[in-house]
Design a protein around this ligand. Structure first.
Ligand code: GRF
Length: 200
């Protein structure tokens, strides 16, 4: 799992593994590009999952990502059997990384893609004036939040919403949706046909 901060989605996935809701999964390593984050503490203290900080240090693209691949391999996360979950990881993965782990990298985005990709998705939705937003779990491809959609959950926007309140309501759904997508993946129930993902 790759994180940069709070790690609440990571927490939800690890909780689902611990409780047995997700079977056939072993959390191998949590990597953060920032030291001292709340997520790292949760991973190591609450779940006893190994953690590693790989600082960005101005490294771009594959120069950074190759360090990630090394650590993933050291912990048994391979392109044949592994799953890499981006959970609030504030870096864009390089094409080289994506090629290695194609359709084995998931991300969660706090909007109903393809609407409002990129940063501040909840604010984008509010500013646009949509009445419904939500969250999306998708596979990661070379674009920004543009890979095949796995699961989505709609969240109504209410009149008195501000960025904080909408983000909080979406986050609640994220914590359901992401573990569910991981569960389906681990059960081998995700079928990909071009852009279309079906659950079998
Ligand atoms: C979430 O809103 C997620 O949708 C977005 O980044 C945020 C990460 O939060 N990609 P957390 O670190 O999982 O709490």
């Amino acid at each position: 799992m790759l994180i940069s901060g709070r790690g609440s989605n990571m927490d939800a996935i690890l909780a689902a593994i611990k409780s047995g809701r997700i079977r056939n999964a072993k959390p191998c390593i949590v990597i953060s590009n920032k030291p001292g984050t709340a997520g790292l503490k949760i991973a190591s203290e609450k779940y006893k999952v190994p953690t590693k900080v790989i600082p960005s240090d101005g490294l771009k693209g594959w120069h950074y990502d190759q360090n990630v691949v090394t650590i993933l391999h050291e912990h048994g996360v391979t392109a044949q059997s592994g799953l890499v979950c981006l959970a609030g990881f504030m870096r864009i993965m390089s094409p080289e990384f994506i090629r290695q782990y194609r359709m084995r990298i998931m991300n969660i985005h706090p909007a109903l893609l393809p609407a409002f990709p990129g940063l501040h998705a909840q604010k984008q939705a509010l500013d646009y004036g949509v009445k419904v937003s939500g969250c999306t779990v998708h596979f990661v491809d070379e674009g920004i939040d543009s890979g095949p959609v796995i699961l989505q959950k709609a969240v109504p926007v209410i009149e008195r919403d501000d960025e904080e309140s909408l983000s909080a309501r979406i986050l609640e759904q994220e914590h359901e949706l992401y573990p569910e997508a991981v569960r389906l993946f681990c059960e081998g129930r995700i079928k990909i046909d071009g852009r279309r993902v079906s659950i079998v």
